[in-house]
Design a protein around this ligand. Structure first.
Ligand SMILES: NC(=O)c1ccc[n+]([C@@H]2O[C@H](COP(=O)([O-])OP(=O)(O)OC[C@H]3O[C@@H](n4cnc5c(N)ncnc54)[C@H](O)[C@@H]3O)[C@@H](O)[C@H]2O)c1
Length: 291
């Protein structure tokens, strides 16, 4: 049975999630959780399948997976509602269009999950080797993208006097690691953006929070495990999970559960916060690779 707590005068609330093309991703897990909670979904990614990390492999997705289109079909089959849109969050015109198409289709926008994240690649290097191009790529997706999407989303949310914005940051901001300068700077900026935006919209019924996952078992983590030199993924993940206090990676659904809570009516007094969903902390030593 689907939840009904998300009905507003018998209209379903609407959630837009960026970066949900990956089968194992945090974005698709958020879509499944919010659909189960009664939200209509706007499933977005830059391309339907999502951008690959440098060491993603075909086996990281179920056979026949077609990205947001498969996710949309799955949601509708389970009784939910969704539309699929493509767009680059770092491009102003795309951010404007994604929100406009949402309003054209559903007539409202209640939740924005800024989940899109720059894929792994040439940013994973020592500071001396970090190119300006790699730095700009990470910052433009992780920070500018969240800013552009949020600015567009706030307009209809203010009119409705209700909204939830969730920024997917990272627990790595609390436990910095080597060869992550652009990524950590971008996620730290995202937390700053969260705190500042939360104040701007606090009197409009809109909350803004950051979720900071630890190591989550997504394509990103599998790619990172391959990069760390493990050919057997399961033993690589187990090895890399030693040092996480709970002793394992998170499942994406465990991050999505926190997002779902933040989108619920009783969470309306919680704003400007960063929630660390990291199993008690990231692995030590600080040199250990992390997604
Ligand atoms: N997996 C982890 O362990 C972990 C840990 C901490 C934080 N995070 C963060 O959570 C988020 C999701 O992580 P994931 O592991 O599911 O990643 P993922 O690589 O599986 O998914 C990221 C998605 O973002 C999309 N994207 C990239 N550039 C985009 C753009 N310009 N416009 C629109 N979409 C774009 C990609 O296509 C991809 O589908 C990311 O922001 C990531 O930094 C992940």
């Amino acid at each position: 049975m689907r939840a009904s707590g998300t009905l507003v005068d018998s209209v379903r609330r609407v959630a837009l999630i960026t970066g949900c093309g990956k089968a194992l991703g945090i974005g698709s897990a958020c879509a499944r959780a919010l659909s189960a909670a009664g939200f209509s979904l706007v499933l977005t990614d830059i391309v339907p399948l999502g951008l690959a990390n440098d060491l993603d492999e075909d086996q990281d997705s179920p056979p026949g997976w077609r990205g947001i289109e498969s996710l949309g079909r799955e949601i509708v089959q389970q009784g939910g509602q969704s539309i699929c849109l493509t767009g680059d969050v770092s491009i102003e015109a795309d951010a404007t269009r994604l929100v406009r198409q949402t309003l054209d289709h559903f007539g409202r926008l209640d939740v924005l999950v800024n989940n899109a994240g720059a894929p792994h690649g040439d940013d994973r290097v020592d500071i001396e080797s970090l190119s300006l191009e790699a730095w700009e790529r990470v910052m433009s997706i992780n920070v500018r993208g969240a800013f552009l999407m949020s600015r567009e989303a706030v307009r209809p949310m203010r009119r409705q006097r209700w909204g939830r914005i969730i920024n997917m940051a990272s627990a790595v901001v609390r436990h910095p690691m080597r060869e992550r300068a652009a990524y950590i700077a971008s996620k730290s900026a995202l937390i700053g953006l969260t705190e500042a935006m939360a104040l701007d919209v606090a009197d409009s019924g809109i909350t803004v929070n950051a979720v900071c996952p630890g190591s989550v078992r997504t394509a990103r983590a599998l790619s990172s495990t391959r990069r760390a030199g493990f050919s057997d993924i399961e033993s690589g993940l187990a090895e890399r999970a030693r040092g996480i206090p709970v002793g394992r990676h998170a499942e994406a659904a465990e991050i999505a559960a926190t997002v779902s809570f933040l989108c619920s009516a009783p969470a309306g007094y919680l704003t400007g916060q960063s929630l660390f969903v990291d199993g008690g902390g990231l692995p030590r030593p600080a040199t250990q690779p992390h997604p």
